[in-house]
Write a protein of this length. Structure first.
Length: 509
């Protein structure tokens, strides 16, 4: 017998660093499947709780060789990759990647492709769909026309802790007791809980070989976006919200408006808003023939909100919409060549002796950002965040996935964790809009005398003349921003040590 006959089915998950992919992998593992993850940056997956149970390979859906290698020996391939970036070519990029994946899946003898796409409105011509929704529909059709049987799941708004749709809904409702809204808030939508999405995805792996079709998936409630906001306010125990619709907010203006109010940047908010222009309601529920609904499922909208809010309050958000890199953000790792092959690499270094334990210092370092801030000149950081959002960047509102712990790949305001060595090193890569690439390193160690030492390094690799001008224009502020940051981190570590000692002294033996 072949390996496929004697072992549990082997699944490939693309997009494992993203919101859905990062949650699907442990569900598949718990269901008894063997899992291989394909990622452009495998290191982003190494700190996930399930990392030791899954195989991780480097690959890109646009690269034929890496796709072919990743699909070798695979039974079920999950395609969870979407190009949510701006630009005229993203639809073509999606189209080519889907065709390549289907061709390589056939060559590798894959039994099934599973794709999570968007729910398209009924009786709306394709030309009137948003580019984002149109592209997702085309990718689904590409897989259904391919030689490998496919399951295409079509979902509208996904409600779960950390999802872009949930964060958009949460912040709009919580921050605006009275709001002027676009007319699409009156559009009917059929949201679905992320738990049900994952249940359908896992169940799709076991579909009979003759099944090759799309399924609409949704929860039991059909609501307007206005009703979603009002029901969120009730579940979150907020006062009644005053909502006034106006006709002049286009999807582009809606994206900018959402980007200013919520952590979701305009580059991502716009396609989300565009997809809500038309009614997106399930036309069938035939998925239940192959993935039966257990008692209490699908989960209702209010329960989905309650579950998501509880996860947020318990700091148990396993993945977030920002788990995947922001479209257009730099992804180059810190160069190992200190001279960058002869190029410029500007550096700002700070070293301080700290009258606290290395453990206390590391606690402050790992807890930086989000609600804890950046330990220097809060107004300057806030202004920099607002400027970044105005030009389509991430800004400071992405916050943290976990209030105390970080892992490689986590977004952290307008940074992303590139490297973390527990107790020693935190390296962040900038995802704000810059004329170059930037990193911020923070280290906790001991000096030659055995004293706790804090080392901080900011690095910038300029792109062109504008990059050099940018560095020298902000250099005069480094003493305040980076110098103050180092001093205040040292001070916070000292306070943390003192607080810990005080609690220890007050505790009975």
């Amino acid at each position: 017998m072949s390996g496929r006959d004697t072992q549990s089915p082997h699944c490939l998950v693309t997009g494992a660093t993203g919101y859905i992919g990062g949650r699907l992998v442990p569900e598949l593992l718990d269901a008894g499947y063997r899992v291989r993850c394909m990622a452009r940056s495998p290191d982003k997956l190494r700190d996930h709780p399930w990392a030791g149970r899954a195989e991780v390979v480097r690959g890109d859906v646009s690269d034929p060789d890496s796709v072919g290698d990743a699909l070798r020996g695979i039974d079920v391939a999950y395609y969870l990759v979407h190009a949510l970036r701006a630009g005229d070519d993203f639809e073509e990029a999606d189209r080519k990647a889907a065709r390549l994946f289907a061709e390589r899946a056939q060559a590798a003898g894959v039994r099934r492709i599973v794709y999570l796409g968007g729910l398209t409105p009924a009786d709306v011509p394709e030309r009137e769909l948003s580019p984002h929704l149109r592209s997702r529909a085309e990718v689904g059709e590409t897989f259904l026309r391919a030689a490998v049987p496919a399951t295409v799941l079509r979902a509208a708004v996904i409600i779960g802790s950390g999802s872009a749709s949930f964060e958009m809904l949460r912040y709009l409702t919580e921050r605006l007791p009275a709001m002027v809204t676009p007319k699409w808030v009156g559009t009917r939508i059929q949201p679905i809980a992320v738990r049900d999405v994952l249940r359908y995805l896992v169940g799709s792996a076991g579909m009979p070989d003759e099944v090759n079709r799309a399924f609409d998936i949704g929860g039991p409630d059909v609501v307007t976006y206005e009703q979603m906001m009002r029901r969120y306010a009730v579940v979150a125990r907020l006062p009644h919200r005053l909502i006034l619709r106006v006709p002049m907010l286009t999807p582009r203006l809606s994206g900018l408006w959402i980007g200013l109010i919520t952590p979701v940047p305009a580059s991502l908010a716009r396609p989300l808003a565009e997809s809500l222009r038309h009614e997106v309601v399930c036309r069938e529920h035939e998925i239940a023939e192959y993935v039966p609904d257990p008692s209490g499922a699908p989960i209702g909208f209010d329960q989905a909100l309650t579950l998501a809010l509880q996860r947020v309050r318990d700091a148990q958000v396993t993945t977030r919409w920002s788990s995947a890199s922001l479209p257009g953000a730099p992804s180059d790792p810190l160069p190992s060549d200190p001279d960058w092959a002869g190029g410029s690499l500007y550096t700002d270094r700070r070293v301080l002796a700290v009258d606290a334990s290395p453990k206390a210092l590391w606690q402050v370092i790992e807890g930086i950002g989000g609600d804890n801030g950046w330990y220097s000149f809060p107004l300057a950081w806030a202004v920099r965040g607002w400027l970044d959002r105005l030009v389509g960047g991430a800004g400071l509102r992405r916050g943290r996935r976990d209030a105390a712990r970080l892992r490689v790949g986590d977004s952290l305001d307008f940074w992303r964790v590139e490297e973390i060595e527990q107790g020693r090193l935190l390296r962040l890569r900038a995802e704000m809009r810059l004329p170059g690439l930037a990193w911020l390193e923070m280290r906790s160690d001991r000096d030659e005398q055995g004293r706790t030492r804090y080392r901080q390094r900011a690095l910038f690799h300029p792109h062109g003349l504008l990059g050099h001008v940018y560095w020298w224009s902000v250099s005069p502020f480094h003493a305040v921003v980076f110098g103050g940051m180092a001093r205040n981190i040292a001070k916070a570590a000292l306070q943390a040590d003192a607080s810990h000692d005080g609690q220890g002294a007050a505790t009975p033996g």
